[in-house]
Design a protein around this ligand. Structure first.
Ligand code: TYD
Length: 214
C-alpha cells in the first residue's frame, strides 16, 4: 500500500475511525476545542460529505432512495472523498492547519472490503485514484463491541446501520485487522471508556505526534 503519503503536509492530517456509535463525533469535538485552545487552527471534515457534492452523495449512500450495487457504493464513497480532498483537505493542509476527519479511506477498506467482500488490492488502486495517496499520518480507532454500540444509538438507523449484526461484527474485526498494519499508524482505543479520559489519551498522542509542547 502506498502510504503514509510522502506529502509532508500529511503530518497534520489525522483521522478518527470506528464502528457506528463508538463516539467519534464527541472525540472530534473535544480534540478540536483542545487544539484550538492551544492556538492551532483546525479544519474538521466528515466522510462521506463535507462538500456540496459529498453531501449529495452522502444522502444517496445513507438514505438509499435507489438501489446501489456494492462496487458502485464503493466508488461513490471514493467520489465523495476525492471531492473532499480537493475542496477541503488539501487546501486546509496547505494553509498550515490541522485536519481532523471523521472517517476516511480506512472505512471503505473495512465496510466495503473486509465486511462487504470487495477485494482489498482493487480498493487500494481506486483509493489512490481518489485521494492521490493523501492519507492521515495518524488514526485513532475507537473500538466498541456491537452490543454496546447498538445500545448507544439515539437517532434513526441509516442504511449501513440497518445491516445485520454479522456485518457489524465483520466491520469491527476488519478495523482490528487493519490496525495490525504498521503503515496505517492506528492507535486502538477502548471506546467503552468515559469520554474525558479517552480524550486525554487522544490529545496526548496528538501533541506528541505534532511536537506540541504545552
Ligand atoms: P456516519 O453517520 O458518518 O458515521 P457514524 O454512524 O459513525 O456517525 O455514517 C457513515 C456510514 O457510512 C457509516 O455506517 C460507515 C459507512 N461508510 C462506509 O460504508 N464506507 C466508507 O468509505 C465510509 C467513509 C463510511
Amino acid at each position: 500500500m502506498n502510504f503514509p503519503s510522502p506529502d509532508p503536509d500529511c503530518l497534520r492530517f489525522l483521522s478518527i475511525e470506528g464502528g457506528d456509535g463508538a463516539g467519534k463525533t464527541t472525540q472530534i469535538q473535544l480534540l478540536t476545542t483542545a487544539l484550538e485552545g492551544l492556538g492551532r487552527k483546525v479544519t474538521k471534515v466528515r466522510d462521506p460529505g463535507g462538500t456540496p457534492l459529498g453531501d449529495r452523495l452522502r444522502s444517496l449512500l445513507l438514505d438509499r432512495p435507489v438501489a446501489i450495487d456494492l462496487r458502485a457504493e464503493a466508488l461513490l464513497f471514493f467520489a465523495s472523498r476525492a471531492q473532499l480532498v480537493s475542496e477541503q483537505i488539501r487546501p486546509a493542509l496547505q494553509r498550515g492547519e490541522i485536519v481532523l476527519t471523521d472517517r476516511y479511506t480506512l472505512s471503505t477498506f473495512v465496510y466495503q472490503g473486509h465486511a462487504g467482500g470487495l477485494n482489498l488490492a482493487e480498493l487500494d488502486l481506486a483509493s489512490n485514484l481518489a485521494t492521490s495517496g493523501m492519507e492521515p499520518s495518524l488514526c485513532f480507532l475507537l473500538d466498541l463491541d456491537t452490543n454496546t454500540a447498538s445500545t448507544r444509538r439515539v437517532r434513526p438507523e441509516d442504511h449501513m446501520e440497518r445491516l445485520p449484526r454479522t456485518f457489524h461484527d465483520a466491520v469491527r474485526n476488519g478495523f482490528l485487522t487493519e490496525a495490525q498494519k504498521p503503515k496505517r499508524n492506528i492507535l486502538v482505543l477502548d471506546a467503552r471508556e468515559d469520554p474525558l479520559p479517552l480524550h486525554k489519551k487522544i490529545l496526548d498522542r496528538v501533541k506528541a505526534h505534532l511536537g506540541i509542547l504545552s
